[in-house]
Structure formats: C-alpha cells, structure tokens
Design a protein around this ligand. Structure first.
Ligand SMILES: Nc1nc2c(ncn2[C@@H]2O[C@H](COP(=O)(O)OP(=O)(O)O)[C@@H](O)[C@H]2O)c(=O)[nH]1
Ligand SMILES: [Mg+2]
Length: 261
C-alpha cells in the first residue's frame, strides 16, 4: 500500500492522465498552492495530503532515502516517488486527498489498484478542451473492479472556455457520455492567480469551482476499518456531515451538485 489508510478519514483518490490538472484541482480544493504544477517529471510522485496539527512534508526517493521539509518547500518534492503533505488547514480535517499519477490503462500497477480500492471516493480529472477521451475510459474500465462507489468528475481548465454557451454544450456532452462512470461533474479552473487569491477570498474560491466539489465530497462516508492508522486525526463527530468546512454555505451549493437533478 502506497499510504496506510488513516482512521476517521475519508480518502479521496484524485486520478487522471498526465497533465490533466490533478495537482491544480487538489490545490483548488485546499485553497492553497501547496503542490507545484508538473511536479517531478519524469518521475511523478503519488502524493497524500492530509490534516496534521503541525504542517510539513515527508518525501521518499527512488534511492530509498526519506527527507522532510517545511510546508511550501515544493522543491523538496522534486524527484520523489512518494510524498506525504501534512496541512493544518481545518477544512481538510477529515480528509485525505491522494494524487495518483497514471499514464495508460496498460501501465496501471498494483499500487494503482490497491490505492483506488482503499479510497471512499474517486475524483477523475479531465481537460475541458479534450474531455473524456477513449484513453481515459480505458483506464477507468480497467480500474472498475476496485473503484469506489462514489465517483466525481472534475473538468479542468474551464477558464480556457470563454463562452458560457461552449461550457454548457461541453458539459451536456460529457455528462451524457460519462453517466455510467460518475455521479456528478463540475468545472474547475485553477489559474495560479485565482488559487493564490482563493486562500483569503471566498468569492474567488467559488470562481475556481472547487467549493462544489467539496460540497459533493461531504456526502461520501469514510471507509471504517479497524486496521486503519490513528495518525493524529481526532474522532469524527457523528453529525460532522455539514459542519466540517469553515464558512461553508451548504444550502447554496447543494442545489447544483447533482447533474441529474
Ligand atoms: N489556465 C489553467 N491552467 C491549468 C489549469 N489546470 C491545470 N493547468 C495547467 O496545466 C498543467 C498541468 O497541470 P497539473 O495540475 O500539474 O496536472 P497533473 O499532471 O494532472 O497534476 C500546468 O501547467 C497547469 O498550470 C486551469 O484550470 N487553468
Ligand atoms: Mg500533478
């Protein structure tokens, strides 16, 4: 297992082809540019972001060495094959977000299958301008036997579609073509300036679209397994469903989360 599952934590695995925008979507969810773009090419590490009282980075390298670094030291991640990022952002408290890099269906490894199987939810990232290619479908078909029940689609680089009519048309096509694969689909835009600003501005964060993904993620229950690690997660309150995120206006968000509604 790439990362041992954590107790009282909903694990979401973020998947998609190379450069789809996985790190960017993860940053948008975090309201923080914690992960650099195009990290570590040609080695692309699997990255687990989870809540920790004391933020910090631990990275494992192909030579077997393990290094720790301060939060924000993204250079420390370069060349690593496995990275744990502890964030003290409170809205992450009950989540573990794993970026799982992948290339083609033929190159999926046991680590891919095990990690996807261990997750409560899968978030697939597709690029707006090329959304839902055969190669993406092949990967998801291959992963189907181990895929979690809850599957969400993020359509990245929405800022590249200038006209609202283009967005609507694209979304309609993608939703129709992916109905079998995903419960819901959302546009996300993660231009660096938006990500920086979304840290302080709720309005800017909403512009990224990530708030809707988070609202949908709140409905995904954690896998309860006695074998999970305790880490430093605190017991999850029974009624945590709508109280987890700070400043989260759930009622305004709920209305738009279900495509089929
Ligand atoms: N303008 C814009 N660029 C994006 C967006 N999402 C990703 N990118 C760019 O696309 C490239 C790949 O994104 P990244 O998140 O690293 O992809 P990953 O390989 O799937 O993690 C980077 O250069 C990003 O800056 C977006 O929403 N808007
Ligand atoms: Mg990445």
């Amino acid at each position: 297992m790439l990362f041992e599952p954590l107790k009282n934590t909903t694990r979401i695995v973020i998947c998609g082809e190379v450069n789809a925008g996985k790190s960017t979507v993860l940053n948008a969810l975090l309201r923080q540019r914690l992960l650099p773009d195009n990290i570590g090419a040609p080695i692309r590490p699997a990255i687990s972001v989870r809540w920790q009282r004391k933020a910090g980075i631990t990275a494992w390298f192909p030579d077997g060495k393990c290094r720790t670094a301060e939060p924000g030291d993204t250079d420390a991640l370069r060349g690593a094959e496995r990275v744990i990022i502890g964030s003290n952002k409170r809205h992450l408290r009950h989540y573990e977000l794993i970026e799982l890099p992948m290339t083609t269906a033929e190159e999926l490894t046991d680590d891919h299958f095990d990690t996807v199987q261990s997750a409560s939810g899968l978030l697939w990232v597709t690029i707006a301008s090329q959304a839902w290619r055969l190669t993406e479908r092949n990967i998801l078909d291959e992963l189907a036997p181990v895929s979690p029940e809850h599957r969400l689609l993020a359509i990245s680089r929405a800022d590249k579609l200038r006209r609202e009519s283009d967005r609507a048309k694209l979304k309609q096509r993608v939703v129709t073509e992916t109905r079998k694969y995903f419960d819901t689909a959302h546009f996300v835009q993660g231009r660096p300036d938006l990500l920086e600003k979304s840290h302080h501005s709720r309005k800017t964060w909403e512009q990224t679209g990530a708030h809707k993904l988070l609202a949908r993620m709140e409905r995904i229950p954690a896998v309860t397994d006695s074998a999970t690690q305790d880490a430093n997660a605190e017991p999850r309150p029974e009624n945590a469903t709508i109280t987890r995120f700070e400043n989260h206006e759930i009622s305004t968000i709920e209305a738009q989360t279900h495509l089929n509604a």
